[in-house]
Design a binder for this molecule. Structure first.
Ligand code: GTR
Length: 330
């Protein structure tokens, strides 16, 4: 379906932007979901599995219709659609949510997690729950925080040269997600950060509007960026969880029982997605190496960590207590 057709359907409220109210609580609903990734990608698969469970548990009264592959635009658009109730589930990166709910920016700080295992412990624990609640209770957000997913670690890639040191980043225009924190992170590293939605990155790389971007191996692979930007450096500068949020407008029209079901299956999705993720990272790394991509690894990331200090001073200082709690988790 063409993007415009989909948007006009959404605008007409034809597919699940059911008006809140008691009657809606009992009626059949199609809950629309979006993801920038294609069918088969771990996050997409996890939300579809959640949908199947919901369908079964409600005898087909609640179903989930997935719009994958940026059919509804980038993540900023997905959040806006969820906020107005034109979309029920938006699976996005915490990167974009940080622009709406400041507290979650703590997960967007460069090198805040020691590694992916550390990140998983944090999202599975008390802090993960607290931050989902911060989203849910933020009156401006108009979103319900449902669960986290794994987005691995993000690494820099570019069309020009292998990045082996911080100095190698100098002068490279690197696409970052739309959140000032990320642009400033890249600038602190010596590159030129350019904010852009994922829907524009492929052509920006092709035309040279940017020289590179940064992402985890499954995204570098699935968006096809490895076919254009052939230098991949395992900088692991950002370990950003993915998140599944729900439209508060639609949520308020659901019965308590339905809300509970969605919460329960979301909590399960958080753990299920992880298995799919690990497998996908291994597959993508193999594909990347088989394609002849030079993968640069680092024994010491301290120069990168030192370079991002200004970002920590600006964005980390107000979250000191939370950062200390994150760091204390072993
Ligand atoms: C991916 C992530 C997406 C999106 C994308 C991006 O790793 O799964 O949600 O954030 O990165 O860079 O825009």
């Amino acid at each position: 379906m063409k993007r415009r057709t989909v948007l006009s359907l959404l605008g007409a409220g034809a597919l699940g932007a059911t008006a809140p109210g008691r009657a809606a609580a009992q009626s059949k609903m199609v809950l629309k979901a979006s993801d920038v990734h294609p069918l088969g990608y771990p996050t997409v698969e996890a939300v579809q599995r959640l949908g199947k469970k919901l369908d079964q548990a409600t005898n087909g009264r609640l179903t989930v219709q997935m719009f994958p592959s940026m059919q509804l635009g980038g993540e900023k658009e997905a959040l806006e659609q969820a906020q107005v109730g034109a979309l029920a589930f938006a699976r996005v990166s915490v990167g974009v949510v940080g622009s709406i709910v400041d507290e979650v920016n703590v997960f967007n700080l460069p090198f805040v997690f020691r590694d992916v295992a550390h990140m998983r412990k944090v999202i599975d624990g008390e802090i993960g729950k607290e931050l989902l609640d911060k989203i849910t209770t933020n009156p401006q957000a108009r979103l319900i925080g449902l669960c986290w997913m794994d987005g691995g670690s993000r690494n820099v890639y570019n069309t020009k040269r292998p990045v082996r040191t911080v100095e190698d980043l100098k002068g490279l225009k690197i696409r970052m997600m739309g959140n000032p924190l990320f642009v400033e992170t890249m600038n602190a590293l010596g590159g030129n950060g350019v904010a852009m939605g994922m829907d524009q990155v492929y052509s920006a790389l092709q035309t040279g509007v940017v020289d590179g971007a940064e992402n985890n191996p499954p995204s570098y692979d699935s968006f096809g960026h490895y076919t254009i930007a052939k230098h991949y450096s395992m900088t692991e500068h950002l370990i950003i969880p993915e998140i599944l949020v729900f439209s508060k407008r639609i949520w308020d029209g659901l019965s308590k029982d339905d809300q509970e079901l969605i919460r329960k299956f979301s909590a399960e999705a958080q753990l299920e997605q992880r298995q799919l993720w690990d497998q996908r990272v291994a597959e993508s790394m193999k594909k990347i190496r088989d394609a002849g991509i030079e993968v640069v690894t680092f024994t010491d990331k301290k120069p990168f960590q030192d370079a991002v200090k200004p970002v920590w001073d600006k964005y980390g200082a107000k979250h000191t207590v939370l950062v200390q709690r994150i760091q204390a988790i072993q």
